[in-house]
Ligand binder design. Structure first.
Ligand SMILES: [Zn+2]
Length: 215
C-alpha cells in the first residue's frame, strides 16, 4: 500500500512509477533491517546499502496512551492501515533527503516491510515502515550479484520474428501477410483477425500477436 502510495506521488510528479515490488532477496534484507530496529529508538539506518539495495527510508510512529485507543486498535484489526500509509509517505515527502530517495528516477524496483507492535498493557502502538529501492544503473551494487540492470538486459528479447509457432513457417511477404488482418482491424471492429498458416499440413491459426516470436 505504501509502495502504491509512493507510485501515486511519483506519477503526480511526472516520475515513472516503480515497476517491480521486490519480494525476494531485497525484501528479506528489508525484513532484517526492520526487525533489528524493533529494539532501537531512534531507528538506525543499515550499513549494507550498495549490497542489497541503493536507497533506504525509515519511518517510525509511536503512540502511547488511551486517547482514541479503541478506535486505533479496531482500525488495525480490520486491516485499515490508511492513516499509517499516509503518515509514512507524507513524512518522507516532507523530508528533503527521503523525498529525494523515493523520487529517484533510476529506482524501478522497490520494496517495503512494515511492522506493527501493540502493547495492550501500555496501550502503545508502534508502526515502522522500512523502504528499500534498487537502482537500474549498471554496477549499482558492489558485487553485482544482485543487479537489476543486468537482469533486465537478459530479459529483453534480442530478436522479434514473425513465424508460425507450430511449424516455423516465415511468411515471405510481410506486407501481404498483414494487409488483410490490418485492413480488417482498421475497418472498425478492432478485433485481431486469425491468420492461417500457409504451410502444407500445418493447421495453426492465430492473430498477429500469436505470430510474433521473441528470442
Ligand atoms: Zn505453421
Amino acid at each position: 500500500m505504501i509502495w502504491e502510495e509512493i507510485n501515486t506521488y511519483r506519477v503526480q510528479n511526472e516520475i515513472n512509477p516503480f515497476v517491480v515490488f521486490e519480494d525476494s532477496l531485497m525484501r528479506a534484507y528489508t525484513k532484517r533491517v526492520a526487525e533489528k530496529n524493533i529494539n532501537i529508538f531512534p531507528t538506525k539506518h543499515s550499513d549494507s546499502i550498495g549490497y542489497w539495495c541503493n536507497t533506504e527510508c525509515l519511518y517510525t510512529n509511536r503512540t502511547e496512551g488511551g486517547l482514541n485507543w479503541e478506535e486505533r486498535i479496531n482500525r488495525i484489526i480490520s486491516n485499515d492501515f490508511d492513516s499509517y500509509v499516509k503518515l509514512a509517505v507524507q513524512n518522507w515527502i516532507n523530508s528533503p533527503s527521503n523525498n529525494h530517495q523515493i523520487s529517484r528516477k533510476d529506482i524501478e524496483v522497490a520494496t517495503i516491510y512494515n511492522l506493527i507492535i501493540i502493547d495492550h498493557s501500555k496501550k502503545s502502538i508502534r508502526f515502522d515502515a522500512t523502504f528499500h529501492g534498487l537502482s537500474n544503473e549498471p554496477n549499482s551494487t558492489f558485487d553485482n550479484n544482485y543487479n537489476y540492470y543486468l537482469k533486465k538486459m537478459k530479459e529483453i528479447p534480442k530478436s522479434l520474428t514473425i513465424e508460425c509457432p507450430d511449424c516455423g513457417y516465415i511468411p515471405k511477404n510481410f506486407i501481404l501477410f498483414f494487409s488483410l488482418p490490418m485492413s480488417n482491424y482498421n475497418m472498425g471492429h478492432k478485433k485481431l483477425m486469425y491468420i492461417k498458416c500457409r504451410k502444407y499440413m500445418c493447421t495453426f491459426e492465430g492473430n498477429i500477436i500469436d505470430w510474433i516470436q521473441l528470442q
